[in-house]
Design a binder for this molecule. Structure first.
Ligand code: LLP
Length: 381
């Protein structure tokens, strides 16, 4: 059984034997990235007419080769830590660097300004307490539009319970502080969450930010965030990019004075990567059958953290019927170390090569050494 989304990706055009061979050479689990897919996704986005500038949110995948490919495709880089800025600044400079942190310490903002990055503030505290650090600077203001969106509660970044963005009722105070310190708000930003498949979302965000921009005098850019989803489950439909472009063009026509910026992460890299791993053991306990993998939640935490669904395929037994119901688990000492619950696979045996799809986004970047177990290595092809 190979689901729709895997068959739609270029992985399927690769010979399966190549992946099997790769898995055999590397005893350890591996994330494998295909740079041509990364570039193809980047070009799809760059082909849209409405956005003026693209920034890649490198938290999704910060492998140096991936960053290089994406920056060569004309993307700036959106960073949230000094370490990300360090990686990004080797490839792009000045205005192509965006710094959009949350609760970062003062020194990080100072370093970002020093590097010439575009800095986004989303709280009163930096101006109220460190105003002199921003004196004379242009900054971008991130606001909370009051609602969050996305594939799971933990990735929604708007609304009362979210730590992101300046509350709308603090905007006047922010403007006053900015005036006091000779700080110029030249951009407005909102990012409501991750894994959004409804193209209408960004139209709405642009409209709200553009209306808000009327309360400022120097807004040049409207950054409507990232969050572009990639369908994971077989019943989800891919994002309609043409509809997104049309919706953005329409709302932009109403406010043509602003540049439209977007900062996707996942869309560029999710389908460009897979996690290759092998069967370590199988087990039967009561009504349950378990298949254990060499990769666990320390390599891919998304299923444990967000109940995220990643397609799982037994590459070794592709021709055999997927007639056995498994709990697909890793070797980590946590009950949550389940990479796929209730998955139908062919009867698995030790050493079988298992492919976990959509491993290119938020896989390696969120990996850990829990249990002192090394997470999957990264390989670029
Ligand atoms: N811009 C900002 C301000 C963000 O916080 C994020 C993601 C992005 C852009 C890029 O979002 P994307 O286009 O990748 O959805 N670990 C979660 C996703 C968390 C995203 C955090 N912020 C996951 O694996 O689903």
């Amino acid at each position: 059984y190979v689901g729709h989304h895997v068959r739609e990706t270029p992985w399927w055009q690769l010979r399966r034997t190549d992946l099997l061979e790769l898995a055999r050479q590397q005893a350890a689990p591996s994330y494998v990235y295909d740079l041509s897919t990364v570039r193809e996704r980047a070009r799809r986005l760059r082909a849209l007419s409405a956005p003026d500038r693209w920034f890649y949110a490198l938290k999704a995948n910060s492998h140096p080769d991936v960053l290089q490919a994406i920056s060569e495709e004309g993307f700036g880089l959106e960073c949230v830590s000094l370490e990300e800025l360090g990686a990004a600044s080797r490839l792009v400079k000045g205005g192509r660097l965006l710094f959009t942190p949350n609760f970062a310490p003062r020194a990080e903002y100072e370093a970002a300004l020093q590097m010439g990055a575009r800095v986004t503030l989303d709280n009163l505290h930096p101006l109220a307490h460190w105003g002199e650090a921003f004196r004379g600077r242009d900054i971008i203001l991130r606001v909370d539009l009051g609602v969050g969106r996305g594939h799971h509660d933990k990735v929604r970044t708007g609304g009362a319970g979210s730590k992101f963005g300046l509350a709308m009722d603090e905007i006047e105070t922010f403007r006053t502080l900015a005036r006091q310190h000779d700080v110029h708000v030249v951009g407005l930003h909102a990012h409501l969450g991750s894994g959004i498949l409804d193209a209408g979302h960004w139209h709405e965000v642009y409209g709200q930010l553009a209306a808000l921009a009327q309360r400022f005098t120097r807004i040049e850019a409207i950054n409507i965030g990232g969050g572009l989803g990639v369908p994971a489950r077989p019943d989800e439909a891919p994002m309609d990019l043409a509809a997104l472009d049309a919706a953005l063009a329409e709302i932009k026509a109403a406010y043509p004075q602003f540049q439209l910026w977007m900062e996707p992460g996942r869309y560029l890299v999710a389908e460009a990567g897979v996690l290759l791993t092998q069967v370590s053991q199988t087990k039967r306990k009561g009504d349950y059958r378990y298949v254990g993998l060499t990769a666990g939640m320390n390599s891919l935490i998304r299923p444990a953290l967000y109940d995220a669904w990643h397609e799982i395929v037994n590459l070794t037994r592709l021709e055999q019927p997927a007639d056995t119901l498994y709990q697909v688990v890793g070797p980590i000492c946590e009950s949550g170390d389940v990479l796929g619950a209730n998955r139908k696979l062919p009867a698995c045996e030790e050493g079988d090569v298992i492919l976990i799809a959509q491993g290119g986004a938020y896989g390696a970047t969120m990996a850990s050494h829990y249990n002192l177990r090394a997470p999957a290595q990264e390989i670029v092809i």
